[in-house]
Write a protein that binds this ligand. Structure first.
Ligand SMILES: NC(=O)c1ccc[n+]([C@@H]2O[C@H](COP(=O)([O-])OP(=O)(O)OC[C@H]3O[C@@H](n4cnc5c(N)ncnc54)[C@H](O)[C@@H]3O)[C@@H](O)[C@H]2O)c1
Ligand SMILES: [Zn+2]
Length: 365
């Protein structure tokens, strides 16, 4: 992997292009980097815990940019139409207009929710992503997908709304729970498998420093992951093809996630299991060598992520997959690895092969 550069990454999307700045201590540069439309106020949408832990660093970095903070409780349940409506009310009450800037300061929940509010308030106001979880820094803050949940499905109501800037301060990751941090690592492994064999080898070699959250190592890691995601998104902003490679591990992953009882399996953990299921499908199909599958399992285990389905039956997992919003009645198409660093997407797989793979990675028959 290339060295960490001070120069920002650029997401090329014509007039919606933007920069991603990744560095230890990047919050200190917020005021200098955030676009200031006139003297309008910025509205920071964040959680109480993030405000308490990192709000001072952001306030210092903003250096006089007029900003107000709006607090939202933590939790996936906040990605609701009710919370979005409360935020619209709050913006209105505080006099936010079309030139006002929204700053999403938090993990993926804040990014999706504040981004959705920014996409819809007055037909869209500009927003900036300041991600504070590993998942948000390597994945959700880049790409412009914003959403709230519908009672019947996650992320069903949303928009494409690109941020004006992404500012990732890896020092903010020092306060994350171990479990949430590891969830982010699942998406990191995903990026390496779909696009970058060198990154995968680097992760294998640096697993200990990564688990210790060494800031220099993290800056390289986050930067490379943003580069991969930005590359995919720039090539396919609205997911007509290539972008679907980002769903690697998410087909079976979503199914085991939704079958687990509440709190038992987090998203990143389910994705780790889903990647093993996809790898096994690929192996059974003759696409993916056994030795590569073993490397994937070993790296996920080194990051203390689960690699086997526990407690669910293959039939139940198949049922959930068939009901998936992207599957149009049959089984969804799969993203399958052919080697570490390369995947094929849109693969149809016979149900019997999927069932066998699920059983081999732990599902009951
Ligand atoms: N838009 C996209 O492309 C995309 C991609 C992947 C995931 N997502 C979404 O991301 C969400 C999950 O994101 P997440 O894993 O970041 O969860 P999260 O936003 O709920 O954050 C996890 C927890 O960490 C806390 N927290 C955040 N930053 C912290 C910090 N620096 N120190 C201590 N605690 C901190 C939060 O308060 C929360 O309790 C899901 O809703 C998912 O749908 C979106
Ligand atoms: Zn994911």
């Amino acid at each position: 992997m290339s060295e960490t550069h001070e120069s920002p990454l650029r997401v090329s999307l014509g007039e919606r292009s933007y920069e991603i700045h990744v560095a230890p201590g990047a919050l200190a540069r917020a005021g200098e980097l955030i676009p200031r439309p006139g003297d309008s106020t910025a509205f920071i949408i964040t959680h109480p815990i993030v405000a308490r832990l990192h709000g001072k660093a952001l306030a210092a970095g903003l250096r006089g940019l007029p900003a107000e903070t709006i607090l939202v409780p933590s939790g996936e349940r906040q990605k609701s139409i009710r919370r979005a409506a409360l935020l619209w009310d709050e913006l209105l009450r505080r006099g936010a207009d079309r030139r006002s800037l929204v700053i999403a300061f938090g993990g993926g929940v804040i990014g999706d929710l504040a981004g959705f509010v920014a996409a819809t308030y007055m037909r869209g106001v500009p927003y900036v992503q300041i991600p504070t979880t590993l998942l948000a820094q390597v994945d959700s803050s880049v790409g412009g997908k914003v959403a709230i949940n519908h009672p019947r499905a996650k992320n069903l109501i949303g928009a494409f709304h690109q941020p004006r800037l992404v500012l990732a301060d890896v020092l903010a990751l020092s306060t994350l729970s171990a479990r949430n941090y590891r969830e982010g690592l699942a998406e990191v492994v995903k990026h390496a498998v779909i696009a970058d064999a060198d990154l995968f080898a680097w992760l294998e070699q640096n697993a200990a420093a990564i688990l210790q959250r060494d800031p220099g190592v993290l800056a390289r890691l986050v930067r490379r992951n943003c580069e991969i995601k930005a590359g995919v998104v720039s090539a396919d902003e609205r997911e007509t093809g290539l972008r679907s490679t980002l769903n690697f591990g998410h087909t079976a992953g979503h199914a085991v996630e939704s079958l687990a009882s509440y709190g038992q399996l987090r998203h990143g953990e389910a994705v780790a299991i889903g990647m093993m299921a996809a790898a096994r499908i690929a192996r059974l199909t003759g696409l993916f060598p056994e030795a590569e599958e073993a490397r994937l399992g070993a790296l996920l285990a080194a990051f203390r992520l689960p690699v086997r389905i526990e407690g669910a039956s293959a039939a139940a997992v198949l049922d959930v997959m068939r009901a998936d919003k992207k599957s149009l009645g049959g089984l969804p198409r799969f993203v399958l690895p052919t080697r570490i660093g390369h995947v094929e997407f849109g693969r149809e797989v016979p149900a019997a092969v999927v069932q066998k793979a699920l059983e081999e990675v732990g599902a009951r028959d």
